[in-house]
Ligand binder design. Structure first.
Ligand SMILES: [Zn+2]
Length: 260
């Protein structure tokens, strides 16, 4: 994409969403959606800690129960699920997350379905975030359906949550429509926003350590740290996290949005 075209697109976007270059600075409420217990921490833990420490309210949704997240053939799904729920609660505390919504879909079995979509719409109307974080569903070679369906469901939910006829029963319960301003994709190969989390990396690591069932050895933690270092080197800081953040208003019929 030629630079001059990028500038033209950028000025078009500014007419619709003037703050699109500084989504984190203008967001006072954030909702992070995790396919499994631990994904928000891996993909955005530093950014979440940075947000909560500066007074931003962060809530969390965990879509599946993580019940198959083990290599132990003797493990029982219910036990794995309850361990991981407890670990998630402990980890969220470290990061300063306010509420956690567990949707309880069986691990590995998420599809694009209207039950989960409507639950996400309801949670968006309850928590009223400015920014919603979720895995990038367009990450090439991402093999896990829980991840790409979470990203797709959240993308649809932020689009529909502002429209009253979607999941209309919310309105009968007294909720009102709400459109988040931004969606931020973590686990992305096309970042447009790199967040300096150098001062918050300790929170992220201790949050990840709460997921004891997932991080029994240190190798994966070191891998995550190394990747954060590489991200940091792109903006001249020690540790960073990468996102593709887009204005929700353009998440539909906008052919150039992938270049933003
Ligand atoms: Zn996951």
């Amino acid at each position: 994409m030629k630079q001059e075209w990028l500038e033209i697109y950028s000025s078009l976007v500014k007419q619709i969403e003037p703050d699109y270059k500084r989504p984190l600075e203008v967001s006072r409420k954030v909702l992070c959606v995790s396919p499994h217990p631990d994904d928000c921490e891996i993909g955005a833990g530093g950014t979440i800690a940075r947000a909560t420490k500066s007074g931003v309210k962060v809530d969390l949704v965990v879509v599946t129960d993580g019940s198959k997240g083990t290599f132990n053939p003797h493990a029982r799904e219910e036990e794995v699920a309850s361990t991981r729920r407890r670990e998630q609660e402990e980890s969220a505390k470290v990061l300063g997350v306010e509420n956690i919504y567990f949707l309880g879909v069986r691990d590995g079995e998420l599809t694009f379905n209207y039950d989960v979509l409507n639950k996400l719409i309801t949670i968006i109307r309850i928590t009223r975030p400015d920014l919603v974080l979720t895995p990038d569903p367009y990450l090439p070679y991402e093999a896990h359906p829980d991840h790409y369906y979470t990203g797709r469901l959240v993308s649809a939910a932020v689009l529909f949550s502002g429209m009253p006829l979607f999941n209309k029963q919310d309105l009968e319960k007294g909720l009102t429509p709400h459109s988040p301003r931004f969606i931020g994709y973590y686990y992305t190969s096309r970042p447009n926003t790199i967040v300096d989390v150098s001062n918050y990396v300790e929170y992220k690591i201790s949050a990840l350590r709460k997921h004891r069932s997932q991080f029994e050895n240190e190798d994966f933690l070191l891998f995550i740290l190394k990747y954060m270092e590489l991200s940091g080197s792109k903006i001249g800081v020690k540790y960073a996290e990468e996102f593709k953040i887009l204005p929700v208003k353009l998440l539909h019929i906008t052919p150039f949005i992938e270049y933003l």
